[in-house]
Design a protein around this ligand. Sequence first.
Ligand code: DC
Length: 273
Amino acid sequence: MNPATITAPTPNAAHAPGVAHAPDVAHAPDVAHAPDVAHAPGVIAIDGPAASGKSTVGFAVAALLNYLFFDTGAMYRVVAWAALEKGVDLHNAEAVGLLAETLVISILPAGDAQDGRHLTVLVAGRDVTWAIRAPEVDQNVSTVAAMPRVRATLSQHQRQIGAQYAHGHAGMDGIVMVGRDIGTVVLPDAPLKIYLDAPATERAHRRFLELQKRSKDASFEQVLADMQARDRVDSQRAIAPLRPAHDAHIIGTAGLGVQEIVARIVALAGVSQ
Ligand code: DC
């Protein structure tokens, strides 16, 4: 069986493979004010529970440092989405594991898309960036993410991408990798590990507002219940459970603005702005 193909974003990656495309400079810092990243760690691992701010913060840190932003949760979402789409039994770990090994997943920069995405996710060329954020995927993804064969496949690819970008690659100076087990399992030697956290009600409120923005029908109570269920599975699973690495910097994000959190992380990276 062919292994899953997972393509990391590069500055020249286009929305579709094989199409030349200008670098994504929309969020790059002003060159005149570019921070000095010469001594910054090439790998920054950011973990934390759902809607703790990992994606927004990780994206902003990556843009500021000219690092690749890599959201590993998107990969688990793709597997859950594909299982739903193909009618694969979501409780059959072997069948879902096999599916994970055969999927062709590309994770690319957002490019010109003006719809709030931080990256573009393709499965065999089909844009599933928003499809993998649907409530049905939310409700099933943690089951899939607890499956050993799925984790083995996706973690291996994440590790390869981390190693590829750690010392700069394809015009990027490093990588910000975001997930649940990046600092503990995927990249345990990452020189800078961040764990973002916030109370479940605050995180559910953020997710509820995001869904409303995308005109998705969901009650706050449902969003909170789904999130608590997901947190439970993510933190109690046998393999790579959600928890801070012993050497992670824990940042409580409740009441903090994105720029404030970004500034703390950039300072921890030893970069002066
Ligand atoms: O960050 P997110 O909500 O998009 O993550 C989707 C799911 O994938 C969630 O249940 C946690 C899981 N996940 C994981 O187990 N390990 C990762 N490195 C990233 C995400």
